[in-house]
Design a binder for this molecule. Sequence first.
Ligand code: ATP
Ligand code: MG
Length: 298
Amino acid sequence: MKNKIPTAAGLIEPYCITGTRKFRLKDHHPADTQGLSLKTEAQAYLDASVKKMSDMQAKLYAQESWAVLLIFQAMDAAGKDSVIRHVMSGVNPQGCRVSTFKQPSAEDLSHDYLWRASREMPARGQIGIFNRSYYEEVLVVRVHRQILDNERIPRPLITKRVWKQRFSDISQYEQYLRRNGIVIRKFFLNVSREEQRKRFLSRLDEPEKNWKFSQNDVREREHWDDYMKAYEDMISHTATEDTPWFVVPADQKWFTRMVVASAVVETLSGLNLSFPKVGDHRRKELEEARTFLLNEKG
Ligand code: ATP
Ligand code: MG
């Protein structure tokens, strides 16, 4: 067993899909931990990453120029919620918002499918986290065809090219966002069917986890292979150098967190953030304010 944690860039490299090579899900193992088995050191590593993230977020926030969008997609019980909670534990809540995308509402369905996502886009200086996203439109909607039929899209527009068209529309939308300064990173938490089974069982066995259990989630397991095909096709068509997918091993939660935290740190580092420079005029204002405060009578 190795026990030396690689650099953040080295750690995430095997999972970063940029569309330059053929992507096959079967090359990615949900239980992979790069030979690391050090739960305790993982915690120290995660803490250090969270600290770096927090320092860079302060600059992102101060600059109000770039925005960051982190998208999380996964099968049920892959650990989306807990990854989001752990990885973002150190960031300033004022500069960060989590948006959850469940089944669309009646109002959502009376618009195009990107409408509800647009309303949740992070503003400049902010980190936006999507817990599920518009990618459901090529996942659950593809696996359960009747959902597409209920979207009220004019019939002549729905052809067998619909999924390819959605990939193309989503990619162009992301390119548009990127050109506006919204940096996008997408995470597929890759849990195995067997690990999901174990996690569902623990939701039944442990009373404090009962609330998480859903009969429907168990029924969705019948469609596992269809989902995996949909994920593979989606990642193949929508991963680019600028908007990569990270296929994160998700059978070991501590490793999932390390990879996601490292990817976020690398993303923020790549922006070379710094606090806005103080110009002469502003410096004079600050000096005046200092004098004013110092002279104030107590
Ligand atoms: P939890 O961890 O609490 O189970 P969750 O994200 O699975 O979180 P649920 O309320 O269980 O939340 O499930 C939301 C459901 O909404 C998912 O099954 C998802 O596939 C579905 N969904 C999301 N977006 C769409 C969409 N655009 N069209 C149809 N279904 C959608
Ligand atoms: Mg669920």
